[in-house]
Design a protein around this ligand. Sequence first.
Ligand code: RB5
Length: 158
Amino acid sequence: MPREKILIASDHAGFALKESLERALVDLGFDVQDLGTDSAASTDYADYAHPLAERVSSGEVQRGVLLCGTGLGMSYTANRHARVRAAVAWNPEIAKLAREHNDANVLVLPARFVSEQEGVEILRTWLDTPFEGGRHARRVEKIETTATVEKNESNGDV
Ligand code: RB5
């Protein structure tokens, strides 16, 4: 079976953790494509988030990983692309819920707020957790529509 391609990119604040996560992804058997940055020299996060998100949005690649200092700039940028659901996760529980409830196809790490070990654990959890579907599929589908929708009657869903 061909190895799954996965994209990874960061700005300068995420560079060191990106290098560690890239090694972890290679060890896990992924075909990793690193879209930069290539050093800890100051850069602009959007220059890296847009190219990665475009390729997830088009369906060329199923999953991607982005890193910046807080995770916020990368997530704001990636989430401007249709069909991209970029989730900032600062612990494994958030990563698990981002998959189960939100079908996150891009993981965003706040590199200045997680250790290398935490980063790898968050990544592994996100990779290994399936989407739950069901009521969450309905909610995820509604993300892509700009039409006003009628509020659902409460049906006990959580
Ligand atoms: C860079 O200093 C920092 O602003 C950036 O990595 C990120 O945290 C922005 O959201």
